[in-house]
Design a protein around this ligand. Structure first.
Ligand SMILES: Nc1ncnc2c1ncn2[C@@H]1O[C@H](COP(=O)(O)OP(=O)(O)OP(=O)(O)O)[C@@H](O)[C@H]1O
Ligand SMILES: [Mg+2]
Length: 251
């Protein structure tokens, strides 16, 4: 079982889009997948067609020690969603025993059985929920928008991540996925080259092209393969799923 946190403190870089579509592509290829919405905004829950304000979710596991199996929702064949739940924002703001809660998430995920992939959609911060996700997982997938100030944000993120790793006494396998990629823009090409140079062996082979259907699908609760399966975005996430399974990176 691969436990993966999808993180970037920068907002709007494609974390949720990647968790929703990569999870579904992996599920369609026959892998058993659990996708966890660890962002109080609830965008992953909504993207997969569920109600983020009413569906019981990971908040009950973290706050009330509810069994995670009681809040798993089979949203597609082979794909279970653990929603954010209406109380997740409370976890971020008011908790006192934060280390107990972080340990609870780690233990819960380690004890999960029957999944090939568990993907955690993190909020755009470096707060408690993100630290808990890092503590509970072995791999990090970082979406980087191929469009703006990407490298500047990355050096800050990598600094924060290595501080966390030191204090948690953990080392994660790291992957980068380039999102919102414009193949004909020199800026986009330059971002990829820079990432490969600075973080060799971590940039997954397939960049995700800017595709309007990727932005439209969530408003219908549909993933890209359901909404526009002939689009660039669908082809890219299908390839990315293979890259991620096989660890195919740009050398
Ligand atoms: N490849 C893409 N092509 C077009 N639109 C995209 C693409 N990837 C993401 N988007 C759109 O960009 C916006 C931000 O994406 P997304 O919500 O996945 O980012 P995020 O990193 O999860 O944001 P947040 O930090 O707020 O959680 C959304 O409207 C999404 O539909
Ligand atoms: Mg998001």
């Amino acid at each position: 079982m691969r436990l993966v946190s999808v993180v970037n403190q920068k907002g709007g870089v494609g974390k949720t889009t990647t968790v929703a579509n990569l999870s579904h592509m992996l599920a369609l290829s026959g892998k058993k997948v659990a996708a966890i919405d660890l962002d109080p905004q609830g965008s992953l829950t909504v993207s997969l067609g569920e109600n983020s304000r009413s569906l019981p979710g990971i908040d009950d596991v973290l706050l009330d020690e509810v069994d995670i199996h009681d809040v798993m929702h089979e949203v597609r064949d082979n794909l279970h969603l653990i929603a954010c739940g209406p109380q997740l924002a409370v976890c971020e703001q008011k908790l006192e025993n934060t280390s107990d809660v972080a340990k609870r998430l780690r233990k819960t995920l380690k004890n999960l059985e029957g999944y090939d992939y568990v993907l955690l959609d993190c909020p755009p911060s470096s707060g408690f929920l993100v630290v808990s996700a890092l503590f509970a997982t072995e791999e990090i997938l970082i979406p980087v928008a191929g469009d703006y100030l990407a490298l500047h944000g990355m050096s800050h993120l990598m600094g924060t991540l290595s501080q966390f790793e030191k204090s948690l006494k953990l080392k994660h396998k790291q992957w980068i996925v380039v999102t919102r990629f414009h193949p004909r823009r020199r800026l986009s090409q330059g971002v990829v080259e820079n990432l490969v140079e600075h973080f060799p062996g971590t940039v997954l082979k397939t960049p995700i092209r800017e595709t309007s259907a990727l932005a439209e699908g969530p408003s219908f609760g549909l993933t890209i393969s359901e909404y526009r399966n002939k689009s660039n975005g669908s082809a890219d996430y299908e390839r990315l799923a293979i890259d991620f399974c096989k660890g195919r990176t740009i050398q």
